[in-house]
Design a protein around this ligand. Sequence first.
Ligand code: SAM
Length: 254
Amino acid sequence: MPKKHLGQNFLSDPSILTRIISAADLSAEDTIVEIGPGPGRLTRMLAERVRHLIAIELDHELYQRLAGDFIAYRNVEIVHGDVLHYPFEALDVFKVVANIPYYITTPIIFRLLDAKQNLKSMTLTIQKEVAQRIVATPGSKDYGVLSISTQYHAESELKFIIPKEVFRPVPKVDSAVVHMIIRSKPPVSVRDEKLFFSIIRTAFSQRRKTLSNSLKPLGQDIKSVLTVAGIDPQRRPETLSIQEFARLSDFLTK
Ligand code: SAM
């Protein structure tokens, strides 16, 4: 019986699993981390293609079943635990391929970006709406904190949509596979990364307002700073490119 509170919506269609594997652009030498292997169908396909597979499952029942099923696979490590507490920093170069539990989609993405030193790419099956936010560009309704934060660290592509009807049990929303390649260097350089992200969060906390209003909590003469930075204070946060946020951040750092 699938456990709803653990985000258990399983995928078994072999043609979709094959498309996920092909989107991940794997090589035989790769170390792969799979988050939430569940019944282990994607796990088995991955295990047959790569040098080393680490599969992290929180559900104890599923973990025990997986540990038995994969006992003969010398390249597979089944780990019992919460992915959010896994020490990714201790791994050598690795890629992530996973149909992740949707109740913690953004915490997982931010945890992985936080440990990005040896992370090469992530190929994630996530809610379609979240995938659209990740790849959104300025001016669209989906563009916001998640778009800028992920685009700062990775180059992302929405590969394909998976209709909800192919999962068991059927979830409420459609899914999408997003492939994110970690950048060796961010697309903009900022003097103070912490301030840069804090400006973005502040701006989008009131996305309907103009910048001069939404950025008031920063406590400076924000209208003048925006003008000096060459950004019209009447614009709304969702129209600013990552380069413009970087420029504004550097003017506020001065
Ligand atoms: N990979 C399988 C598939 O595609 O059919 C299962 C995907 S299901 C959407 C998510 C899986 O993540 C479930 O097996 C669930 O038990 C597991 N899970 C939930 N929370 C987790 C956590 N915090 N850490 C690791 N695994 C978790």
